[in-house]
Design a protein around this ligand. Sequence first.
Ligand SMILES: Cc1cc2nc3c(=O)[nH]c(=O)nc-3n(C[C@H](O)[C@H](O)[C@H](O)COP(=O)(O)O)c2cc1C
Length: 137
Amino acid sequence: MEDNSKGIEKVYHFLNDAQTYYLATVDGTKPRVRPFGTILLYDGKLYIQTGKVKDVSRQISANPFVEICAFMNGSWIRIAAELVDDDNHDAKVAMLEKMPSLKQMYSADDDNTQVLYLKNATATISSFTAEPEVITF
Ligand SMILES: Cc1cc2nc3c(=O)[nH]c(=O)nc-3n(C[C@H](O)[C@H](O)[C@H](O)COP(=O)(O)O)c2cc1C
């Protein structure tokens, strides 16, 4: 187990370098999964971004428990967490500044842009050649 700030940074770098991760939500009794790419370390918290009009957003507000999975360079990460909707304007601005292509579709002042951070997260980084590494934050 690592200290929390180093651990969350490692998880951030994994997802950022992988560029694409898969976000699984719960829709009633059914799992739903889709590719995501937004990732931001801001104010010590790990944020993702979506649009409130999307099904994924509706699912998270009904049930905030999610899993995230990504694969890169022979290692994979699985993160089980709760997502917290954060209406913080500065966090939305920081997300759009970090990922400027989002500005084609979103602005920090629209009614759609949503940033959420991971809470009570357990991330496990695995490979076929090393012991799994568990990081909580
Ligand atoms: C590589 C890639 C990255 C994506 N990243 C995001 C993202 O960070 N946030 C988002 O809301 N949608 C993102 N999308 C689009 C979602 O996958 C898409 O809107 C999906 O349908 C949302 O899930 P839903 O249909 O259950 O609402 C991305 C798509 C691709 C192909």
